[in-house]
Design a protein around this ligand. Structure first.
Ligand code: ZN
Length: 139
């Protein structure tokens, strides 16, 4: 199996989650998979299911300390990140590190739905922030 098999979701930074959610759902007829607050990262997320391919993740800041708040100030609403699903996030990160590509945080962090995630700085990928995600293991 290759390491980066699929794009899990596209993250879009928004000012007003409820309002944006309405528009995205209505126009694309998407099913809301869930809304989740991740206090550690200062974000509120909404996952919208597309019948095939990557999901759409709308992200809004919980407060002014949120990195997403800073992103919105600097760049405005829009594409925030692209997320690749990986089998083993530690292995994926060491593969990146061996090629001189560093993640933003030292260690993987808690992501949505019990996943483990890590972000790679946009400077390595043409200005696009990359998220790596290891799904919660079923046990
Ligand atoms: Zn994401």
């Amino acid at each position: 199996m290759r390491m980066f098999d699929q794009i899990d979701h596209i993250g879009i930074a928004v000012e007003d989650l409820e309002k944006s959610l309405d528009q995205w759902r209505k126009m694309f007829n998407l099913r809301l998979h869930g809304i989740e607050e991740i206090k550690e990262r200062g974000v509120k997320l909404a996952h919208l299911e597309v019948s095939e391919g990557p999901q759409v993740e709308l992200i809004s800041p919980l407060d002014k300390n949120s990195p997403v708040h800073k992103f919105l100030q600097k760049r405005g609403e829009g594409l925030h990140h692209v997320c690749f699903e990986v089998e083993d996030i530690h292995k994926a990160l060491s593969t990146f590190q061996n090629k001189g590509v560093e993640s933003i945080q030292d260690k993987p962090q808690k992501g949505a739905q019990g996943s483990l995630i890590s972000f790679i700085h946009p400077r390595y990928f043409n200005g696009v922030l990359i998220e790596l995600k290891q799904k919660k293991k079923e046990s």
